[in-house]
Design a protein around this ligand. Sequence first.
Ligand code: ATP
Ligand code: MG
Length: 385
Amino acid sequence: MDIYRQSIKKINDFFRINLRDSYCIDKIFAVLNDIIAFESGYIFYVFPEYINLEFSCNNTLSKKEFINLDEVKKQQDINYLNSDLKIDNTTFAHLVITRKTLFNEDEKAIFSTLSEVIASLIRNIELNSIISLQVQAQQESIAELNKAYQTIKKQNKKILKADKIKSNFLANVSHELRTPLNSIIGFSDLLYSDCCGKLNKKQKDYVNDIKISGLHLLGMINEILDMAKIESNSMKMNTSDFDIKLAVDEVLNILRPLALKKNIKLLQDTQSVTITADYVKIQQILFNLLSNAIKFTPENGEIVISVKKDKQNTAISVKDNGIGIDKKEIKKIFKKFEQGTNAKYTNSTGLGLTITRELVKLHGGEITVTSEPNSGSVFIVKIPC
Ligand SMILES: Nc1ncnc2c1ncn2[C@@H]1O[C@H](COP(=O)(O)OP(=O)(O)OP(=O)(O)O)[C@@H](O)[C@H]1O
Ligand SMILES: [Mg+2]
């Protein structure tokens, strides 16, 4: 059988080689050897600056790892066939086979054709290895993402647990503090009213100071307790129908002495309308907004509270002509323990508006504020009817 017919028969063997097999280049050389007998075979890769041996078969040159193409060519009494391996007209390697006997013209022609088949096989081998590297990299990054997700999930659980413990702790501590504080306030009130014997002026002043400080502390503890309740979702709504004017009048009566002290006018424009809401919580909202207005309005100022009900909402507005709030701080004042720079010298916690906003939210409403430094502020609460 002539060499052409034999090589056509054998050429299929190239395509039966599994290109993922780590010995696939040896197998390519073996098929080639079946068609054109040779003693040594080499594939030199062409890099931008140099050409280097990448694969060899029966390398007779030396045991050296790096053999140059020229070294193959320079061997004495050795014949070689050399063909460029190309992808899209670009040579990426040289295929060389050597033997002692001469190669004939037929072998030269077949070698040049086979080198094209081998070039395409090698290109596929390289593509396969790139793809499997990419798949591996993707799998690794998925595994890493998964690991990171698990860690975050675990940490999140811990944070939630810690938060719950903190809320419970605050609720318990606040409760334990409130009980003795109430008796301090109650007994100082009793002493002040002379029911246990007449106090002199100095004693009365001191007892009054005890009561005021006690009330202040109680206010702070109540805020912390409310915040803890809100955070643990245990704040319950207790709705009823009531006249909003009644709630406003009661809060104004409590706060009037404070306003009087600073000679602040407390005006109201409240409709006498029935609303359905939580009476205590609405009073707390009014108390927080009005006490803020008094706190941040200088002497001889003016505060107007107005309540209006339309088809959709009951709108409560508290307007003052006080020191106002810096534009940059408007968002921050609703956050826990955050106060504006205007509150530098006040002795308070910065929880009032956070609680107010949560109480408004519990009613399904919203709170907004507009303010101008040195002109005053308007807080508007809208609660659906
Ligand atoms: N009417 C107002 N005028 C000017 N600034 C205000 C007014 N109301 C609130 N603020 C600003 O918003 C901040 C947050 O108010 P918030 O009621 O939450 O805290 P606080 O009054 O400082 O403390 P707390 O209410 O806990 O006693 C205040 O510290 C103040 O800077
Ligand atoms: Mg406040």
